[in-house]
Design a protein around this ligand. Structure first.
Ligand code: NDP
Length: 447
């Protein structure tokens, strides 16, 4: 009697090789990042809030207070918050399926496949904004004030769900391919996420593109519940300030308008995310689940949260300075990214014919003039300055509201390192030539 053949394993093979290089120093780094980021989320809330203010330094008594508050689990475990976060994700998932969308193809995967993605993030945001306006017309400010006042309950609910989602995708990545296409496994693992160390793989993300039907979980999380949740939190904090002080301050506008514009910009260029490292290279694990769904909305809205309970009066000159800094840095960020995107989409675009480039052995061209001739990552500089302007809007009473700038600096420097490694590997000696022609990394003539 013939024995039924075993379904192909997803664990290793020529297309899913064992991970040789572990990011973040492997297991200890994964544990350190997971505990530190959650500790930061807790610390920043329990040491900077409406009741206690945002005092630094954190004395022994303050630490005792933070630890007592953080371990008082019943104070922030809120079933309603859990329900609302679940409803938020579900609402955006439904919109992902039902809204009309332009379909685009992702990059070619190692198995030759190209996945399809719906481009409907901006429409989702619009429909959500209209729905929020209807909620306001029906119920007034109440629902938004509830969000602002139950911030940490919502953050905790999001942490629980992000972690559960990471557990799910980790276990899900072990399924056997029920379908094989030309003997290639359908379950594609990330090159960095197949180390066989469960904690590290859970953290970094084992599967490259986990999907439930046509719902691409990583793509959905990258651009929808977190990014739009960030907008909703900012609006809720501004409305809270309005409810308490009768107006929205200039500082609040300077903090939230650029952030909302950034979210809209991200959704406007939604298809560009398909060529970023997050989508093409990184697996979907705890790092991205927590980062996209909890860290982005609940840490990045700190400036608006602080301003919702702290009156900050800015002089006219300072207000104009921050507005100009926001505008200029946004232009650097947007124009440099658009220039490279246009060049990568069509290097022969007549609008780009004034730009100089070198042709590499890989066949790809590298720009050596325009924005990309100034510094190798001038787009990161614009992005960082833009975030700094939002922090400057909170004044100088506490360094805690500058968290975003400090954190984003570390993120971009690390990302720059990863990208330089990738390019050195991809372009070899051509990258060395490019670095000689464009010697600065972030700021021309400086660094
Ligand atoms: P980049 O847009 O910086 O792209 C890097 C890639 O561009 C390289 O890998 C290379 O890819 C290509 N490239 C490099 N130099 C050249 C050149 N001279 N000419 C043409 N192509 C070149 O990547 P990111 O995804 O890191 O950043 C995109 C934007 O997203 C940035 O503005 C960043 O600030 C922002 N960002 C924001 C985050 C946030 O949390 N708010 C997080 C991460 C990023 P190849 O040659 O293979 O095409």
């Amino acid at each position: 009697m013939a024995t039924p053949s075993k379904p192909p394993s997803t664990s290793s093979g020529p297309l899913n090789p064992k991970t040789t290089h572990r990011e973040f120093f492997g297991f200890p780094g994964a544990v350190a990042v997971m505990t530190t980021t959650v500790a930061v989320l807790y610390t920043w809330y329990f040491s900077c809030n409406e009741r206690d203010g945002c005092q630094l330094p954190l004395t022994f008594d303050r630490w005792k207070h933070i630890i007592a508050s953080a371990t008082d689990f019943h104070a922030y475990f809120n079933t309603q918050a859990l329900k609302y976060v679940a409803m938020w994700w579900a609402w955006l998932a439904v919109l992902y399926f039902i809204l009309p969308a332009r379909t685009v193809q992702g990059v070619v995967l190692r198995n030759g496949q190209r996945l399809k993605y719906p481009i409907s993030g901006l429409t989702s945001l619009l429909v959500t904004a209209l729905t929020a306006t209807a909620v306001y017309a029906q119920n007034g400010l109440g629902p938004f004030l509830w969000i602002a006042e139950h911030f940490f309950e919502l953050a905790f609910a999001s942490l629980v769900f992000s972690t559960l989602l990471a557990v799910f995708v980790y276990l899900f990545s072990f399924r056997h391919s029920s379908v094989e296409r030309e003997n290639k496994p359908v379950v594609m693992l990330a090159l960095a996420g197949n180390s066989s160390n469960p904690v590290y793989d859970f953290f970094i993300g084992r599967e490259l593109n986990p999907r439930l039907g046509s719902l691409d979980i990583k793509y959905f999380c990258e651009l929808r519940p977190g990014i739009m949740g960030w907008v909703l939190l900012n609006v809720s904090f501004a409305l809270k300030q309005y409810a308490q002080q009768g107006c929205v301050s200039a500082a609040m506008w300077l903090a939230i308008v650029p952030q909302i514009a950034y979210c809209i910009d991200t959704l406007l260029f939604e298809d560009k995310v398909l060529t970023t490292m997050d989508i093409t290279t990184d697996g979907f694990g705890w790092m991205l689940a927590f980062g996209d769904l909890t860290w982005v909305p609940f840490m990045y809205s700190l400036q608006a949260r602080y301003l919702s309970f702290t009156p900050v009066h800015l002089s006219t000159e300072y207000t104009v300075f921050i507005a100009l800094l926001s505008l200029c840095s946004f232009l650097v960020f947007r124009l440099s990214n658009s220039q490279k995107n246009a060049f990568r989409t069509n290097p022969n675009d007549p609008n780009l014919k004034h730009l100089k480039f070198i042709t590499t052995k890989s066949g790809s061209r590298l720009l050596v003039s325009g924005w990309w001739g100034m510094a190798r990552h001038v787009n990161y500089t614009g992005d960082w300055m833009y975030g700094l302007a939002q922090c400057l809007a909170t004044g100088f009473d506490t360094p805690m509201t500058y968290f975003f700038s400090a954190y984003f600096l570390v993120l971009l420097v690390h990302r720059n390192y990863r990208d330089e490694c990738k390019c050195r590997e991809k372009y070899g000696s051509d990258w060395v030539t490019y670095c000689k022609m464009v010697p600065y990394m972030f700021i021309p003539y400086l660094i």
